[in-house]
Design a binder for this molecule. Structure first.
Ligand SMILES: [Zn+2]
Length: 86
């Protein structure tokens, strides 16, 4: 198989497009719950954030994910993001 072009996704914080492996995906499940989607394959509407402290902090402070997904994001999500990626 030839190399496929890497898919890019736009960060909700810096609005720049990056490869999916540089981003973390948050998903709003059909049940209306927002959670981390480490594998990037869960069904539902997704929002992406760069795996760096600046973008995670900005998303938290400015409620970027809430707006992108039209759904409240539990504080634990940001704690988890900070612990894993910041
Ligand atoms: Zn970013």
């Amino acid at each position: 198989m030839a190399n496929k072009p890497a898919k890019t996704r736009m960060c909700v914080s810096c609005r720049k497009a990056h490869g999916q492996d540089e981003m973390v995906r948050l998903v709003r499940t059909p049940e209306g719950i927002v959670r981390l989607d480490a594998g990037g394959r869960e069904n539902g509407r997704g929002a992406y954030i760069c795996k760096n402290r600046a973008c995670i902090e900005k998303a938290k402070l400015e409620r970027r994910v809430e707006r992108a997904l039209s759904c409240p994001v539990p504080a634990e999500i940001y704690t988890e993001l900070g612990e894993q990626y910041a």
